[in-house]
Design a protein around this ligand. Structure first.
Ligand SMILES: *[C@@H]1O[C@H](CO)[C@@H](O)[C@H](O)[C@H]1NC(C)=O
Ligand SMILES: *[C@@H]1O[C@H](CO)[C@@H](O)[C@H](O)[C@H]1NC(C)=O
Ligand SMILES: *[C@@H]1O[C@H](CO)[C@@H](O)[C@H](O)[C@H]1NC(C)=O
Ligand SMILES: *[C@@H]1O[C@H](CO)[C@@H](O)[C@H](O)[C@H]1NC(C)=O
Length: 527
């Protein structure tokens, strides 16, 4: 038996371009030079640690003077290889290739079982190397796209608050969104849910005893926005933590029309509004006319006839958009299911009531288990019919991007803009998109590899068969019948006194299937 002494092993650091570029500006490092990037085992967060792919990707995507870190191990024939651990089974699939070649050694006086590099010749280890071709260099960069918020800068602040909207404006968002809800006394305001329990601390308020269950909306613990008057909802802000600066859009205490307040914020910004109407049929049956209230708010704030700001109305209900068609706003149709294709008859139908479409990320780049498996033609088909395509929803959190994008929010945006050519992103973090859009590298004739879109399915070819994600059933194709809807029901006549107790169950046959319908106001600046 051998004794192996791991002397906290030898590490080689190799720099690709040691000279690099000296920057004119001083950095806050001891030397004043730019900080170095040391890639431990290459791009080891994505590829097998110390693999050829990991190092190649590090060299292709990082700084010109990136330093690659290599833990040196020796093979039986005396060749030094880079591997992060004494045991090869620690970070490779050698146990699959050489099932019967396990051995044991005393390592620093401890008996350890596994697959050790000293048992294998370099050639034996060949099955783990690949050819590398992940980047496609041909596409041209494009920097013109709309940055549309999702409840303001809701990644930074509680959605739909003054702070979230103000931050979104200063971060450079082009379009602010207001998901419209109704109060019991018929006032439209912006909040991301019809259920106050989701978005406020109402359960800690004196109103906590009015919770109810609503099978129509599939809500078990609910206090609905239309259960309370605006004055009561307004009072909730004192019950809410200091992060909550009061309901967004509620700026001027004298203006009880909160959608009006939102519209006032937008007048000061260089941006657009976008309204979504939640639960339109449901509210109509409860006696609330959301559309009429929104139209009224737009008129009261002068948005009906000004030309420097663009009002967009977004809904996943074609019948809602058709109501607005008479009023010359840009109408945005949301397809919130993942789809893999769209029929041309469907596109013609959409064109009859909308000029732009929102898709999910998965309807553009199909992914399974966070690995890209393909790209659809949906964007191309919609755009060739002169429909603008916006995609939702972009986040900063690294778990929200496919591995192919290195879990990097800018790489992800770049792929949707440069790789798929979409017209706008809907994001919780407008600053990330705005920073990306300002990046000077986008204007270069030959952009760096970092700004080239990834090849879909590119990662899958490096994966061993047993680690491939399980195949998922394909998303459906969007057909005309998915889009066509009966006209809106008339607003029911319900006396205010009975509002709180009105049972929605009695009307469920009318509202079934349209439960999460929404209408959003969007506002954009044209000046
Ligand atoms: C690989 O080695 C590291 C460090 O010794 C250890 O933390 C980790 O659990 C090992 N992983 C496997 C799969 O053996
Ligand atoms: C693996 O073990 C078998 C015997 O079980 C032997 O014939 C073979 O040469 C070994 N392969 C390597 C790469 O050591
Ligand atoms: C809830 O509690 C308040 C007092 O805090 C009371 O006035 C009201 O009637 C209660 N409502 C219900 C539905 O129990
Ligand atoms: C815009 O509409 C408001 C009221 O709706 C009206 O007072 C104003 O004169 C109109 N402005 C123009 C330029 O038509």
């Amino acid at each position: 038996m051998w004794n192996l002494w791991c002397l906290s092993c030898l590490v080689l650091l190799f720099a690709i371009d040691v000279v690099g570029q000296r920057f004119q500006t001083k950095w806050l490092t001891l030397s004043g030079d730019a900080p170095l990037v040391i890639a431990r085992g290459g791009v080891s967060g994505l590829f097998p640690d110390s693999s050829y792919e990991a190092y190649t990707m590090a060299m292709e995507t990082s700084l010109p003077n990136v330093i690659s870190w290599c833990d040196v191990q020796l093979t039986k024939d005396g060749v030094g290889i880079c591997f992060p651990d004494l045991k090869l089974d620690n970070a490779s699939d050698i146990d699959v290739h050489y099932k019967n070649n396990k051995s044991e050694y005393l390592v620093n006086r401890v008996l350890i079982q596994g697959w050790f590099s000293v048992d294998f010749n370099l050639n034996d280890l060949a099955p783990v190397t690949y050819c590398f071709a992940h980047w496609n260099k041909n596409d041209k960069p494009r920097e013109k796209f709309l940055i549309i918020t999702s409840e303001g800068a809701s990644g930074d602040y509680q959605g739909c608050t003054d702070m979230a909207y103000t931050k979104a404006v200063s971060d450079g968002a082009d379009v602010l969104d207001c998901p419209v809800q109704m109060t019991k006394d018929g006032i439209p305001f912006c909040l991301g849910s019809i259920n106050l329990v989701d978005k406020t601390t109402i359960l800690q308020s004196p109103f906590s005893n009015i919770t109810n269950t609503d099978p129509v909306l599939n809500i078990i613990t609910g206090i609905f926005t239309f259960n309370l008057n605006w004055d009561e909802i307004k009072s909730l802000k004192t019950a809410i933590s200091s992060l909550w600066s009061g309901f967004g859009l509620y700026r001027n205490p004298k203006a009880i029309n909160v959608v009006g307040g939102f519209l006032d914020i937008c007048k000061k910004c260089h941006n657009s509004i976008w309204c979504h109407d939640q639960n339109r049929d449901y509210l109509a049956n409860q006696g609330f006319g959301v559309i009429a209230a929104v139209v009224e708010a737009l008129r009261n704030t002068g948005y009906n006839n000004q030309t420097s700001k663009k009002v967009m109305i977004q809904s996943k209900d074609s019948s809602v958009l058709k109501e607005f068609k008479k009023r010359s706003y840009e109408l945005v149709y949301m397809i919130d299911d993942n789809i893999r294709d769209i029929e041309s008859a469907t596109i013609s139908e959409i064109k009859s009531f909308a000029s732009s479409v929102i898709l999910t990320k998965n309807s553009v780049f199909r992914s399974e288990d966070d690995f890209l498996v393909g790209k659809t033609d949906v964007v191309k088909k919609l755009q060739s019919s002169n429909l603008l395509v916006y995609v939702q929803r972009f986040n900063n959190e690294f778990v929200s991007q496919a591995w192919d994008f290195f879990s990097d929010s800018s790489v992800e945006i770049n792929n949707y803009i440069v790789g798929a050519g979409i017209d706008g992103v809907i994001t919780d973090f407008p600053r990330t998109a705005a920073t990306y859009r300002r990046n000077r590298c986008l204007g270069y004739k030959h952009p760096s590899l970092y700004f080239s879109p990834v090849e879909t399915g590119g990662l899958l070819q490096f994966m061993s068969r047993q680690s491939l994600p399980p195949a998922e059933p394909p998303s459906p194709i969007l057909t005309e019948s998915d889009v066509v809807e009966p006209p809106l029901p008339p607003v029911a006549k319900i006396t205010p006194a009975s509002n709180a107790d009105a049972s929605p169950i009695a009307q469920s046959s009318v509202v079934a299937g349209v439960l999460t319908c929404c209408l959003t106001i969007l506002l954009a600046d044209l000046s």
